[in-house]
Design a protein around this ligand. Structure first.
Ligand SMILES: NC(=O)c1ccc[n+]([C@@H]2O[C@H](COP(=O)([O-])OP(=O)(O)OC[C@H]3O[C@@H](n4cnc5c(N)ncnc54)[C@H](OP(=O)(O)O)[C@@H]3O)[C@@H](O)[C@H]2O)c1
Length: 279
């Protein structure tokens, strides 16, 4: 029996067990994927005893992503740059860590907006937190020509830009509606619009009708930003896609089979988020 889990503090909200449980069943793999609450003081001990406790690895969520980076061996250059780990796995006795948020974002975008040519595109990224860093890096890796990062705290957006070359610039939060001309892709990576948080206040009237709009917030499934954009006729991509696609690599690393993000899986998780979904 192969075992994996998701660790965080708290962890009861995590939907990863639904995703991996679905794939385990789909592929007839004798495995288990559980939620493990791990207090910050116990993180190092938990990771240190992964093998001893029979785990092939784990997902890592708040508040452990950055601390885990310092406790495992970064598996690739992108993870080193991000300084945060969301997927841990064991290879030849070593505990390795990687970050799959960037590929989750890109693969969700490719699935939800196949007509979007990321190569050569101009993107606007709202927010400059951990998710924004992974997304900016992934967009650059996929050939985006220009990325403007707009964040409430200007110091954080300029610090993010300094990590990349001239293709990434920052702009003041007050300009978020004005800079939408010539934008091919608008991404919300702030927590605004999330259940229990204030709405994202942005006026989309300058946005080209061909621009793609995506929000990585997935509670609710359709944020006000996405509803607004869809009403104007823009293609929208929901945040749930990123959550599902970021899980693919972990499953492959632990259980040895690359799973697919199916409509059935999407609907299963969507119903967990919103019991009214599809009714
Ligand atoms: N779909 C997925 O798979 C996925 C993956 C990762 C994250 N997420 C979601 O993405 C969101 C961001 O995650 P994160 O890890 O990047 O968080 P984070 O590092 O805490 O960053 C939060 C961002 O939101 C901004 N923000 C928060 N409150 C704001 C407000 N009232 N007005 C303007 N900006 C505000 C922050 O701006 P300041 O710098 O000014 O504070 C910062 O840019 C969360 O909702 C998370 O659940 C989704």
């Amino acid at each position: 029996m192969i075992k994996a889990c998701v660790i965080g503090w708290p962890i009861s909200h995590s939907r990863s067990p639904i995703i991996h449980g679905y794939w385990l069943q789909k592929h007839g793999i004798e495995g288990a994927y559980t939620r493990e609450p791990v207090e910050p003081e116990r993180l190092a001990a938990f990771l240190g005893s992964l093998v001893q406790n029979g785990y092939a690895g784990c997902n890592v969520t708040l508040p452990h992503k950055e601390t885990t980076f310092g406790l495992v061996k970064p598996a690739d250059e992108a993870t080193r740059l991000l300084g945060a780990v969301n997927t841990v796995y064991v290879r030849d006795g070593a505990i390795l860590g990687t970050n799959t948020d960037g590929e989750g974002f890109i693969n969700s975008l490719k699935a939800g907006a196949p007509e979007l040519e990321i190569k050569g595109s101009r993107a606007i990224v709202l927010g400059a937190g951990g998710a924004a860093l992974a997304i900016v890096n992934a967009l650059l890796t996929n050939g985006a020509a220009e990325i403007v990062v707009i964040n409430r705290s200007a110091g954080k957006s300029s610090a993010l830009c300094e990590r990349f070359g001239a293709r990434v610039t920052s702009a003041d939060w007050s300009l978020r509606s004005e800079l939408l001309d010539d934008c091919d892709l608008l991404v919300n990576t702030t927590s605004l619009g999330m259940k229990g948080q204030p709405e994202l206040d942005i006026d989309l009237h300058r946005l080209d009708s061909k621009a793609v709009v995506t929000d990585i917030v997935y509670t609710p499934l359709r944020t006000a930003l996405l509803n607004d954009a869809a009403r104007r006729g823009n293609r929208v991509v929901e945040g749930l896609g990123m959550l599902l696609h970021q899980a693919v690599r972990g499953f492959e690393l632990w259980f040895g089979t690359r799973p697919s993000v199916t409509t059935e899986l999407h609907d299963l998780v969507a119903r967990d988020i919103d019991p009214e979904y599809g009714k």
